[in-house]
Design a protein around this ligand. Structure first.
Ligand SMILES: CC(C)(COP(=O)(O)OP(=O)(O)OC[C@H]1O[C@@H](n2cnc3c(N)ncnc32)[C@H](O)[C@@H]1OP(=O)(O)O)[C@@H](O)C(=O)NCCC(=O)NCCS
Length: 194
């Protein structure tokens, strides 16, 4: 079914409320201006390629793992693409798992093209993911990051995440993972409704 959808280039799974990315969110740094948009199945090859550029072969998702994460229940993906760029190109993406009973969301992965880093694209993607989770009444967000990935840990700390544990031998290559958590604030409309 999924492969048929992929072949047909059909749109990706419903990603629920996305009012906060209506129009375009932009980041201006040097000549980079980007907007966020939801994943479509014909984006899959670009996502797999970018993930391979961002992670070592042992950690990067292959095509089937990527399809699994993109189509798993309550998972969604946002892409950062250049504004007004007609050629298909990808600056970054984030895959998010929306929490249900636990009310805790999860960042599955966040990838920014190595040539586009330190321009605010990761921040833009992560903030949109957090807003999406808050819109689904998730009260916190959790993620795992490789213990030797100091740059990403600094990024998450800068974004308000705190270390909450450690997983030994977490990744296929035996690398340990650091667990990080952030509490989310309720959106304005939820506060006034409660
Ligand atoms: C982590 C990652 C997503 C950050 O994306 P980015 O677009 O470069 O991040 P931003 O430009 O939005 O950075 C926001 C802030 O986070 C911090 N930061 C980001 N990358 C950093 C790094 N490598 N070292 C130290 N601080 C960093 C900085 O404070 C930065 O602000 P500044 O540039 O004004 O100093 C990107 O480096 C990446 O894709 N890495 C490979 C994949 C990965 O490790 N993903 C996370 C693993 S779970």
């Amino acid at each position: 079914m999924v492969l048929q959808q992929l072949a047909a280039g059909k749109p990706g799974p419903d990603i629920g409320p996305l009012l906060w990315i209506r129009g375009s969110m932009t980041t201006h740094e040097d000549d980079t201006t980007c907007r966020l948009r939801p994943f479509r199945f014909d984006d899959l090859p670009q996502l797999v390629r970018l993930d391979r550029r961002c992670f070592s072969p042992d950690i990067a998702y292959d095509r089937f793992e990527m399809v699994y994460h993109l189509t798993a229940p309550r998972h969604t993906c946002l892409l950062a693409v250049p504004t007004n760029d007609s050629t298909p190109s990808l600056l970054g993406f984030v895959i998010v798992a929306v929490g249900k009973a636990s009310r805790e969301g999860q960042i599955v992965t966040i990838d920014v093209d190595p040539d586009a880093r330190r321009r605010g694209i990761g921040r833009l993607l992560l903030q949109a993911a957090e807003q999406l989770l808050a819109g689904h009444r998730n009260r916190s967000v959790r993620l795992q990051v490789a213990e030797d990935n100091a740059g990403a840990q600094r990024f998450y700390e800068e974004m308000g995440y705190q270390q909450a544990g450690r997983h030994i031998d977490y990744y296929p290559d035996g690398t340990n993972a650091i667990e990080m958590v952030k509490k989310l604030s309720a959106p304005e409309n939820r506060r006034s409704a409660e």
